[in-house]
Write a new protein. Structure first.
Length: 253
């Protein structure tokens, strides 16, 4: 069975201690010892992927309109940090390739969530998978699976497309709730893992996922007691916003 290289991932790079999906957030996570993170990727107008959660500007990036209304270089010049605090003003929207290269160079393992803008599922899945496949070609060839990023998505179409473009890059199905067809969907994209919202997961479902020989990940777990409970159910790994409460060595450290 495929295995996560870490039990705890810093959600969106640095959880809620720094602006999400930025290099500053990643530095915050790394400063607390995290060497495994989750972050979100979508395409800009020119088809270049950027690190971003929302499909529109306004919440984390100053401005108006959709991410897809701008080229990547325009987004990279926008302020993705000022909303969080004055000291982060001017923190840019990262280009995915640069962000991933920084992670790779610093030994930070990546769960890359493919977050397609509406209507761009197939294109986003293929672009992200091809980039990861090229960036980690040596690790893939050497069978160093613990270093190759994991692609996850709520979008079945994006995962199918990622599989088509780069089958050797592992995939996980993101599901808020495990519906009755969860295993069929996972098999269709040849997934190695299920990524479930812990709020809706039951102990019985966790056991079913493990019995199906799939890895199991939960998002976004911010309470240490709940995290312990989930690990007790057989959950393999999870991401957290509270990197101040749940460290990379949890449950021991
Ligand atoms: O990948 C897990 C989690 O990040 C999914 O939800 O909205 O925080 O990207 P969201
Ligand atoms: Mg995400």
């Amino acid at each position: 069975m495929w295995r996560y290289p870490a039990t705890v991932l810093a959600h969106r790079g640095g959880g809620t201690l720094a602006p999400e999906n930025t290099l500053a957030g990643l530095h915050q996570g790394m400063a607390r010892g995290f060497r495994a993170i989750e972050y979100d990727v979508m395409l800009a107008r020119d088809g270049v992927p950027v690190v971003m959660h929302d499909p529109c500007l306004g919440r984390t990036v100053a401005g108006t309109g959709n991410v897809f209304d701008y080229d990547a270089r325009e987004l990279a010049a926008m302020d993705a940090g000022g909303w969080f605090g004055r000291q982060y003003k001017g923190e840019p929207v990262p280009l995915f390739v640069e962000f991933a290269q920084f992670c790779k160079a610093n030994g930070v393992w990546m769960n890359i969530e493919i977050k397609p803008a509406p209507g761009y599922d197939v294109q986003t899945g293929a672009v992200v998978a091809r980039i990861v496949s090229a960036m980690f070609a040596d690790e893939i060839a050497a069978g160093e699976s613990e270093r190759v990023p994991l692609l996850s998505s709520f979008s079945h179409a994006a995962l199918l497309s990622a599989r088509e473009a780069a089958p050797q890059v592992p995939r996980a199905c993101l599901m808020s709730e495990l519906r009755p067809d969860w295993e069929r969907r996972a098999r269709e994209v040849d997934a190695v893992a299920i990524h479930a919202n812990h709020r809706h997961l039951t102990a019985g479902q966790a056991a079913q996922v493990k019995a199906a020989e799939l890895a199991l990940f939960c998002y976004t777990v911010n309470d240490p007691a709940r995290a312990r409970e989930l690990l007790g159910w057989g959950v393999d790994a999870f991401c957290t916003d509270r990197i101040d409460l749940i460290g990379p060595g949890f449950p021991i450290g």
